[in-house]
Each structure stands twice: as C-alpha cells, then as structure tokens.
Design a protein around this ligand. Structure first.
Ligand SMILES: C[S@@+](CC[C@H](N)C(=O)[O-])C[C@H]1O[C@@H](n2cnc3c(N)ncnc32)[C@H](O)[C@@H]1O
Length: 313
C-alpha cells in the first residue's frame, strides 16, 4: 500500500505553504510533508478545503484531481488587494492605453460591457476616455477594489457570473481580456460565456477576447513545466497537468524584499479555432484576429491573440 502522505515535489511544498496565498519568508522551505503542511494550515485556497489529491504521476508526485473545481483565486481578498500592484506587462500604462484605444474604436460610440471586470484595470481608463462601461465579476473583493476608485461611480458593476448573468441586450461591445476566458475551466462553461456575450449585443455588436495561446509545443517529451517569467519580482511556471481537459496551472512566486507570495491558479487553455466554433454556436462570426493590441496580423509564431467576433447586423 502506498504511503498516504508521500514525499512531495518542491512545488507542492511551496504550493502547500502558500495555500490561501499566504506570504512566507525567503528562507528555504522546511521539508515538511504535504499532509503535515495542510494540517498545519488547516485551510485551502480562499479559506476552503484544499483540493483533494489522487493518484501518483510519473514522477511519483501526487496528482491533483480537482483543478477544474478549484475556486477562482480572485475570490481571495489577499489576491484582490495585491492585483493592481502586479507589475505585469499588461498593467503598464502604455499597454492599457493601447487596449483602451482599440476597444473604444470597436465600440464606435456605443456602450460596452466587460465580462470579469475585476478592479477596473481597463474599465476605469475606458470610462475616462468617454465610453459608457458596465461590467460583472464573480469576486466581491475585486469589485470592492474597483468601487474604491473615484471613477467607479460612473461604472455599473455587479457581482455576476459571465456564463449566465445578463446586464442588458443592447451593447455595442462585450469584451473579456487578460486571458480570462481560461478562468472558465470546462468547454461547456466557455461555450456558455460566448452565448451570454452574444445575448448582450445589439445586431452588429462585437465580442472581443484577448488570450494567450497554449504553449504545449515548447515542452520536450515527458516535460510538464516551463518557466514563463523569470524576473527579480516574479517567477512564473506553467505546469500542464491534464491534456484531456486542457488544464494547466500557473505557479506564481511574487517576490517583495524578503517576502514571497505564491499562488497556483488553474486554467482551461483553449485554441483560437475552438473559440471560433464557440462564437459560431453563439451566432457570431470572426471579424478580426490580431496577435496583439497593435493589430499586428496573427500568424503561426504568435504567442497570443486579440479576436473580434461580430453578431450579424
Ligand atoms: C485576470 S483577472 C482580470 C480582471 C480584469 N478584466 C482585468 O483585465 O484586469 C480575472 C477576473 O475574472 C473574474 N472571474 C473569474 N471567473 C469568473 C466568472 N465565472 N464570472 C465573472 N468573473 C469571473 C475574477 O474574479 C477576476 O476578477
């Protein structure tokens, strides 16, 4: 019979220590077992029970079996509080200005709805640019951060699920950016999101998604983890855990002086071609696909895409 508490992989130790996105010092982690780590913390991500673990993978590590049901990391107030200080490329003012310019252009004077509006990274400057913005998000802590911003008084933002909540049916544009379609961890949920986006649009209205591409082709045979960012403030590793359900985990290590905050959310990665079929199910057709917000043509080397689908006029 196998040890119910086998020796964990380093990432699992770190993940267990970071459950609930706790901070810990940069000293080397004690080689405590995963079970002991869980027991000592007593809680999982967002204060709920940690994910159950099942069989061993080919490295003898316990395999996570419920990444699909893992609650969204942004429900955690600690994640919400740290969100605006993330320091990623997508949070830089020049990057945001580009996004706002493209979205305002596509809205063409009409009102817009943001799916998963978050803390208003895009909604706030888009409102300041004169566009009427509404939005929904599943996380009250993220909306609390948005509502603390002065311009939020001009934004209608509600707690809602982008797969089912309807905020109106006459928007010129719905948008879902920053890879957030992948926060929906089943194909069904992603399809429901497209159908719901189409419901929000007036005839001729547009749905925009910004998303990174799956980078499976960068893995050598047998490999499951690749770094995607190595900088002084942030280490990021993408781990591919479930090719059948298209689930990967982004392991983040945010470094602040001698403190490290970790977070390991799971995602359902999705190809542009699959998204086009989802759009078709929602009654929309592809209008544009760029590789970035500069409207650079999409090609085989692109690492991400900005796609625009349109409801018939
Ligand atoms: C990466 S953040 C993006 C926030 C914002 N759109 C931005 O660009 O900064 C992902 C957001 O998706 C929200 N979210 C996740 N699942 C959701 C769902 N089913 N419905 C609505 N919001 C959701 C999270 O709460 C979080 O605010």
């Amino acid at each position: 019979m196998r040890d119910p508490c086998p020796k964990p992989h380093l990432l699992q130790i770190l993940a267990a220590q970071s459950v609930g996105n706790r901070c810990f010092g940069r000293t080397a982690p004690t080689p405590l077992s995963l079970c002991a780590a869980k027991a000592s913390l007593g809680v999982g991500l967002c204060g709920q029970n940690p994910p159950q673990r099942g069989s061993l993978d080919s490295y003898g590590r316990e395999r996570m079996t419920d990444w699909i049901d893992q609650p969204d990391a942004h429900l955690n107030p600690i994640v919400a509080e740290a969100y605006d200080a993330g320091g990623s490329r997508e949070q830089q003012p020049e990057f945001i200005a580009n996004v706002v310019e493209v979205l305002a252009d596509l809205a063409d004077g009409g009102s817009v709805v943001e799916f998963a509006i978050g803390t208003g990274r895009i909604a706030v400057p888009l409102t300041e640019a004169g566009v009427s913005v509404s939005g929904m998000d599943i996380s009250q802590p993220m909306l609390d951060r948005l509502n603390a911003k002065p311009v939020a008084a001009n934004i209608t933002a509600i707690v809602g699920d982008m797969t089912s909540t309807v905020m109106g049916e006459d928007f010129a544009l719905a948008y879902l950016v920053y890879n957030t379609i992948m926060n929906l961890k089943t194909q069904d949920a992603q399809v429901e999101c497209f159908i719901n986006a189409a419901k929000h649009l007036k005839p001729g209205g547009r749905f925009v998604i910004e998303c990174g591409l799956p980078m499976l082709h960068r893995l050598t045979p047998g490999e499951t983890i690749k770094p995607f960012n190595v900088s002084e403030q942030h280490l990021g590793f993408e781990e591919h855990v479930d090719a059948v359900n298209q689930i990967s985990i982004s392991h983040h290590y945010h470094i602040n002086g001698d403190r490290v905050r970790t977070n390991s959310p799971s995602f359902r990665y999705v190809w542009p071609s699959e998204l086009d079929l989802m759009a078709r199910i929602g009654g929309m057709e592809l209008e544009h696909r760029w590789e970035d917000w500069n409207r650079t043509p999409f090609n085989g080397e692109s690492t991400g895409h900005v796609s625009v689908w349109r409801k018939p006029a």
